[in-house]
Design a protein around this ligand. Sequence first.
Ligand code: HEM
Ligand SMILES: *[C@@H]1O[C@H](CO)[C@@H](O)[C@H](O)[C@H]1NC(C)=O
Length: 491
Amino acid sequence: MLGSLFLLWAGVLLLYFLWKTRRPKNFPPGPQPFPIFGNLLQLNLKNPMKDFEKLSERYGKVYSVYFGGRPAVLLHGLQAVKEALMTRGVEFAGRPQGLLVNHVSENKGLVIVNYGPSWKEQRRFALTTLRNFGLGKLSMEERILEETSHLSSYIEKNAGQSLDPQTLFHNAFSNVICAILFGARYNYEDQSFQSLMRTINENTKMFNGPWGMLYDTIPLIRSLPLPFRKAFENRDNVKAFLLTKVAEHKETHVPEQPRDLIDCYLNEIEKRGNDGSSFDEGFMMVFLMDLFAAGTDTSSTTLRVGLLQLMVHPDVQARCHHEIDTVLGEREQVYYEDRHRMPYVQAVIHEVQRYGSIVPLSVFHATTQDTQLLGYSIPKGTTIIPNLSSVLYEEGQWKFPHDFNPSNFLNEEGEFVKPEAFVPFSLGPRMCLGEGLARMELFLFLVTLLRRFQFHWPQDGREPDLTPHYGIVQGPKPYRLRVRLRVRQST
Ligand code: HEM
Ligand SMILES: *[C@@H]1O[C@H](CO)[C@@H](O)[C@H](O)[C@H]1NC(C)=O
């Protein structure tokens, strides 16, 4: 009796889950999901890239997989990505909700907030303020150049030895963000600041790691004392640090003379008063954290990929040296203006971004209403995964889709050109908000370093390994490089 009751119950449950993981009508095709787990058991969760590649070969430009009971639609190639993120931009401008990352960020900030009035206000404010002169007296370029000169002297002191660029670059790029947010920088050896940075990184990893996935798929376990609790603790630590910065700012703040982003944000809160907008200190906290999380690892990983490529391709490095010396002549300092006369360096930086594909699957989107894509129907709230790598490597879009080759960005005359399929910052209304800053950083950092140094692979028996380490932000495995001070022939 009890046995058959149990069987009945199990049967009903199975039917329920089968029904829950049934594809909606005219939904993009994909592998048959299992109840509860969806397609998770069919994927290698440590590095699902290979499995996904097979799926796209089989199902085409738009297909779907189930993460637990949640379907996600993957977009492969420029046509599908552009159609969704640009042509139907607003319909695809949401973010998935109800996940660990939403709960940790309290649905505030910039990166993870869903499409709506708060996101629009915060994004507009961020874009205006981050523009070159929105931040008071010191321009963005001056803030970056200050850091490139610190980095350059640090490396010079260590010339001749081998260096691990990972932590070093990470510190340098977070210093740029610190300069923008609160006008301070930290020594590369500063332990307390490094542990703060580790905390932010740990959270980013947690969100797409196995514990994050469990939290996202099985709501029942969310209140249990499992490792994902750490994400909330980490957030509170970062918040406490930022709160002291905000408190200091309030004491010394002169509304007419904003010094940095915190000052600008305080002004905005004041200006808005109680107009019902999203500007308040709670929002500001997550806003600031988001800029750290989005702006540090991405840029520093790009530079790390770049130097690795320049060591693997010494001919490319030599051509950069030559162009930089020719354009700068006797001048030591580079300016962002100089990029117009450095088409080859520009092409190299873009090729590093293309070939490196640092944010391979963008940040996940979600549909904001029921919509259509290339003939399929996609309901409101469906997770959308734009595969940026698939565009950056797409055959037919590039002269050399599968090789590292700066010619991908040069025309017959040796001028810099940017093909439409260059999408490392994604596309549409949600496109990377820090693109302008990132470009300026990459150019100024790379040229400053190449002006003074030559980089080469240490002769320690290991070979350069270019296979990326899978993650939201993917980069090469840790490596060491050797630096030689350049003796410049005066021109
Ligand atoms: C090479 C460096 C960088 C790359 C490759 C990169 C790439 C991306 C990508 C792919 C997205 C997702 C866009 C989408 O959802 O469709 C994104 C979003 C974002 N990025 Fe960047 N990023 C970089 C640097 C930065 C920097 C320096 C900042 C800081 C100011 C920044 C701030 C943001 C923000 C705030 C968002 C969220 C925008 C939104 O949801 O509306 N990024 N980035
Ligand atoms: C994205 O596209 C790349 C290049 O085609 C492929 O190797 C990768 O497996 C794809 N990833 C996903 C998640 O579809």
